[in-house]
Design a binder for this molecule. Structure first.
Ligand SMILES: [Zn+2]
Length: 887
């Protein structure tokens, strides 16, 4: 385990409010540290960590001045380029906006916190260091919100003091005991392939949450060994699973008594969670938001990576055990008599089968890249530059930038921190190479000859009495459905994770039929809903009393939590559900027409008829790889205080000046601060915004939100606006230069889910390829199987919404899109001018309330920059949505 006292020294080597008293900051740091421990924080390792951390995130250069002759000039330059509190500002590296620097009211605020920490009593000094470190890592930004706009260095105010301090603490754990710092990049697979194999919406959630949870468990190994600060990507600060881990560490120590408002509020939330009274936290905790990879700074050694790999496998094994236990439970309850011995044998047999499926299916890959080849004083950057030159290139801007920096006399001796961006790219490249060599499969399972799994079609189905399982576990399996170990784990995962996380409510998902009915539910009168509820309950008790059958429990979307129909699945508002064949096929019970009579009459009388279509929305950020590599980073001169830039230029001469000006115009290489800020913004978007927008602003249900990756179910009435709002928010949080693309699928509620998921993925690809990113693509698959695509840039959404409204209100003729499509498709007219004339002619030939609107349509026709078939489809699709939507 990491030496936490050392981590704490690195973390506190600068005062968190450094800018308040720049001159005496070292003494102040020491005083602060003495509240906790008696020794000095500025020991050699902490100092080295500070200098590496500084090089990691900061580019400051000085003119090349000969030492002796120019002592005065040197001094003048120092003076002219120093930035005091009054002149200081803070640059947001993504939006490139300049903000005021933020500071506490006075230094006492900071001292007070450390005095409170001093007063806590710990029995063990190591424990004390660890708990206080974890506390500061997690709560400094909450307790001192100004810390995020308090620069670590006023000359390069592009990252906060907090970022600098936690980088120093991460580095110190990687060089402790003369170790070499290294990157660990770890990833698991398959991802899309696994997630998309879903028959039910809950399979889909279970697949994505399972991956997210598994990678979290891998990250946990690094947190336990080195501390959460050593994980660079994804952002862990404020992650619900990480907070839960912290709560477990804090709850029985004296830190729980710390008198701080922010901390106590947090603590109480988790106490409420522990006693199963915190629905909100449960909601947050059950969003899949870990990506399938992580990057950490570790001491160079493969043992930690191997430990993570083992943990990954153990977790799969443990899951196999849980799944097997659940299956045994149902056998026990099935009424058949099994001896204890029988059950034990069966259990072992299940466990082995499931385990072998899981371990064969899931793979993990990792690389560990040392930052230097062998231990040398100050960790020079030369190895990194050489490797990069050999494996990638010495002809690109990044290489030249880093080379210029490390060769600059200001940086003598330069350290490896300056080469962070090169090392990062090398690590990515190595992982790519590693992944191209597939892991050897343990058993030749592809050749097995038994019945294949009904869901994935890949593994053999488990050797199991499937009939019994279906009878006893209503809703778990469809009639006749048989699964393999991987898919069975996915199916049971919601139950398993409920136990594991100690959740109060079972994890349930609205069905696709429910998603289709949201519009109807929103617009039905409360009285009708209440009446329906009564009739439906009678129907349910009839099933129970006369057929010994209980309908599976279902729920609606979160926004309808208080609706009388919240627990009645939308398909029961659809007349065609009430057929004996349906119930026999779905649940294996034989009902009579008479059983349905009352309900059908009610639905008819009240004219209840929900749409049969719902929407799936899949979105992700454009060019995320480029963002991560720093291709959108600002120029170096825009990350340095203007006063410093001016001084640099005025004090350098000739060749020196030219070189300097060149450097200032290069892009800022990626640093851990930029990397962390990026991942923090992504997680802020995913954790705080996406769910709210999808579930509360637009009546949807979020499946996953891992950074920029989003998958959600929505009613057709809301999907366009929801997609639009999400990309707006993304831009707002990340940068005006950032954008997202969306695939939107509108599909019949009975369309096979795994096919629908493929289709929405294709639509998302089209948004990027056909419509050129920063765009949406909408695909409609009608019940008859006809597929239509359309799309464009985001601004087009408002025209689409307009059309939908006009169609709905019959202000424009409903027949014209079809007639126009016929002209376009059947008559094969491709001449734009003729088409334009036709469009106008067809529109105006009809009885039209809004004649003028043709001009708006023509305007959009003229400016439509893609293949006109998509414009034709746009008209058809908006008419379709207008017909199906209820709101
Ligand atoms: Zn399967």
């Amino acid at each position: 385990m990491a030496d936490y006292k050392l981590k704490l020294k690195a973390l506190l080597h600068d005062p968190v409010d450094k800018m308040l008293n720049l001159k005496n900051h070292e003494e102040i740091a020491e005083k602060i540290f003495h509240f906790l421990f008696t020794e000095t924080p500025h020991i050699s390792e902490a100092k080295l960590a500070d200098s590496i951390a500084s090089a990691l995130s900061r580019i400051i250069v000085a003119p090349k001045l000969e030492k002796k002759e120019n002592e005065d000039v040197q001094k003048n330059f120092q003076e002219q380029s120093s930035v005091n509190l009054e002149e200081a500002y803070f640059i947001d590296i993504f939006s490139e906006k300049i903000h005021d620097i933020e500071v506490p009211q006075n230094h006492k605020d900071v001292e007070d916190l450390f005095k409170k920490l001093e007063s806590l009593s710990f029995t063990n000094q190591d424990e004390k260091a660890k708990i206080i470190f974890l506390f500061l890592w997690r709560f400094l930004p909450d307790i001192f919100p100004w810390i995020n706009k308090h620069p670590a260095d006023s000359r390069a105010p592009n990252h906060s003091i907090y970022d600098h301090l936690v980088q120093a603490s991460a580095v110190v754990s990687s060089i402790e005991n003369n170790k070499i710092p290294a990157f660990l990049l770890f990833t698991i697979s398959p991802v899309q392939e696994f997630i998309s194999k879903a028959r039910k919406t809950s399979d889909l959630w279970a697949g994505s949450y399972m991956l997210s949870y598994l990678i979290y468990k891998c990250i946990e190994v690094v947190m336990e060994k080195l501390g959460p600060d050593n994980v660079i990507f994804p952002n862990l600060l404020g992650q619900p699973l990480v907070d839960r881990w912290l709560y477990e560490k804090f709850k029985n120590t004296s830190i729980a008594n710390l008198n701080d408002h922010n901390f106590q509020k947090w603590l109480q939330e988790w106490q409420k969670f522990e006693s199963k009274r915190n629905e909100q936290l449960e909601g947050k905790l059950t969003i899949a938001n870990f990506p399938n990879r992580f990057l950490a700074i570790i001491p160079y050694d493969n043992s930690l990576a191997k430990e993570v790999e083992n943990k990954f496998k153990n977790n799969l094994e443990e899951l196999a055990g849980k799944v097997s236990e659940k299956l045994i439970e149902t056998l026990k309850n099935s009424g058949n008599s099994y001896s204890e011995q029988d059950l034990q044998n069966i259990n072992q047999n299940f466990k082995d089968q499931i385990k072998s499926h899981l371990l064969n299916y899931f793979q993990c890959y990792w690389v560990v890249l040392p930052w230097v080849s062998k231990i040398k004083i100050n960790y020079p950057p030369n190895d990194a530059l050489e490797d990069y030159k050999e494996l990638i290139s010495d002809q690109n801007e990044l290489y030249r930038t880093v080379q210029t920096i490390v060769n600059h006399p200001y940086y003598k001796p330069a350290n490896v921190g300056s080469a962070y961006s090169l090392l990062l790219e090398l690590t990515e490249k190595l992982l790519g190479a590693r992944k191209s060599i597939r892991n050897v499969l343990g058993e030749n399972y592809y050749e097995s000859r038994g019945e294949k799994c009904h869901l994935c079609g890949e593994f053999e189905v488990l050797d199991f009495d499937w009939e019994k399982l279906i009878k006893d576990n209503t809703g778990l399996l469809k009639k006749g459905e048989k699964l393999c170990g991987v898919c069975m784990t996915k199916r049971l995962f919601p139950e398993i994770i409920k136990d594991k996380l100690g959740l109060q409510t079972a994890i349930k998902f609205p069905s696709t039929s429910e998603m289709a009915s949201i519009g109807e539910k929103r617009t039905l009168k409360t009285k009708d809903k209440q009446d329906f509820e009564k009739i439906f309950n009678t129907f349910k008790s009839n099933l129970k009393n006369n057929y010994q059958f209980e309908l599976p429990e279902t729920i609606s979307v979160p926004a309808l939590k208080n609706d009388p129909l919240y627990k009645i699945d939308g398909q029961y508002l659809m007349e065609e559900t009430y057929r004996p064949e349906y119930f026999e096929r779905e649940y294996g019970i034989k009902l009579k027409e008479d059983d349905f009579k009352e309900i059908i009459e009610f639905l008819k009388e009240k004219n209840i008829s929900p749409s049969k279509y719902y929407a799936i929305l899949q979105m992700d950020g454009d060019n995320m790889g480029k963002w991560l590599k720093g291709e959108f980073n600002p120029k170096i001169k825009d990350t340095i205080h203007k006063k410093v830039v001016d001084a640099l230029i005025s004090y350098s001469e000739e060749k020196d000046k030219k070189e300097l000006e060149e450097l200032l115009c290069y892009k800022h290489p990626t640093s851990p601060s930029i990397h962390q800020a990026f991942s923090r913004k992504l997680s802020q978007f995913a954790l705080e915004k996406v769910r709210k927008i999808v579930e509360y602003h637009h009546y949807g249900k979020l499946i996953y939100a891992g950074g920029d990756d989003i998958l959600a179910f929505l009613p057709i009435e809301e999907v366009l606006d929801c997609a639009y709002d999400l990309q707006e928010e993304f831009k707002k949080i990340l940068s005006p230069k950032a954008s997202m693309s969306a695939g939107i699928l509108i599909v019949h509620h009975k369309y096979p889910l795994y096919l629908a998921l493929n289709e929405v993925r294709n639509a998302e690809k089209m948004a990027k390829l056909t419509f050129g990113k920063d765009a949406f693509c909408i695909r409609i698959i009608s019940h008859s199987g006809e597929i239509r695509d359309s799309g464009g840039k985001w601004a087009l959404i408002s025209f689409l919404n307009d059309l939908i409204c006009k169609f709905k209100n019959k202000h424009i003729p409903s027949g014209f899109p079809n007639e126009f499509a016929e002209v376009y498709e059947k008559e094969g007219i491709e001449d734009t001018e003729i088409l334009r004339t036709e469009l106008k002619r067809i529109y105006l030939r009809k009885q039209v309330k809004d004649k003028e609107y043709i001009n708006e349509i023509l305007k959009n026709f003229d400016s439509y920059e893609f293949d006109l078939k998509y414009f034709v489809n746009l008209l058809l699709i908006s008419r379709f949505i207008a017909r199906e939507s209820k709101v």
